[in-house]
Write a protein that binds this ligand. Structure first.
Ligand code: IPE
Ligand code: IPE
Ligand code: MG
Length: 248
């Protein structure tokens, strides 16, 4: 694989799981005196590039926050524009993603989406479920609290059915009930646009993630900045609660 590197990245030490809060489409549209929907459309170009490049680099899991459970509170016009973009994205990208051996998983409640979107997402998951390349998670109608509540409900059901005693529940059991079942925790979380918050994204999976907050708005985020985020991650010292060697 010969993909150009725009920052000094060690391909042997890539983050296993990168998560991105793609933020700033609205401000980008405002800056360009465009309707917000065109900001979101511009954002999908960035999305394509980042997915392709993550696959070329050999990243294991990439999770993108596309629509939160709270985003339903936006105007009807904006929500409709986002739903249309989601549909367009799956229709136009699915062949190439499948060819690239990308496996797609949707994080969130698909059944709470309009029927066409729900079907397209389910189809994409089924079509790519045996692929072994990049594991692409797209969070749509996703909220981390809803995901955790759902996990608690599923565990309670297992207990009710006698499969498990309450005292036997471990964090591994819990992780298995999350949408990200079987995937590693997030190593690197990127949020564009300068906002520094999680906005109900992957609370469990980000327990020991390294956070990077580039100030650039999502439609302006490019491979140079993406690679800079990975290089920044590789320069961090992760401790996981341990005493760092130098202080021992
Ligand atoms: C992020 O861009 C995309 C979605 C939430 C769907 P925003 O629309 O939140 O952009 P800003 O934060 O208003 O600039
Ligand atoms: C988070 O961004 C959701 C997505 C990027 C899809 P928001 O723009 O909705 O988050 P807040 O409202 O600034 O916290
Ligand atoms: Mg925002």
């Amino acid at each position: 694989m010969t993909t150009p590197l725009y920052a000094p990245i060690d391909l042997e030490r890539l983050p296993r799981h990168v998560a991105i809060i793609m933020d700033g489409n609205g401000r980008w549209a405002q800056q360009h005196k465009l309707k917000v929907a065109l900001g979101h459309r511009a954002g999908t170009e960035t999305l394509r590039e980042i997915i392709r490049n993550s696959s070329d680099l050999g990243i294991g899991s990439l999770t993108l926050y596309a629509f939160s459970t709270e985003n339903w509170t936006r105007s009807k016009t904006e929500v409709e524009a986002l739903m249309q973009l989601i549909l367009d994205f799956f229709h136009s990208e699915i062949d190439e993603l499948d060819e690239k051996n990308v496996r797609i998983t949707i994080l969130g409640d698909k059944d709470g989406l309009p029927q066409k979107q729900c079907e397209a997402l389910k189809e994409a998951e089924i079509r790519t479920e045996k692929n072994t390349g990049l594991h692409l998670n797209i969070a749509i109608n996703y909220g981390s609290r809803a995901e955790l509540v759902r996990a608690a409900q599923l565990l309670a059901k297992d207990v009710q059915e006698g499969l498990l005693q309450p005292g036997e529940i471990t964090d591994a059991h819990f992780a298995r009930k999350l949408y990200t079942d079987g995937q590693p925790d997030v190593d690197l979380l990127i949020r564009t646009s300068g906002e520094m918050r999680l906005s109900n994204f992957l609370l469990w999976q980000c327990s020991y993630a390294e956070f990077v907050f580039p100030t650039v708005l999502w439609p302006d985020f490019d491979l140079k900045q993406y690679h800079a985020c990975i290089a920044e991650f590789q320069g961090r010292k992760r401790r996981f609660g341990r005493r760092p060697d130098a202080d021992e």
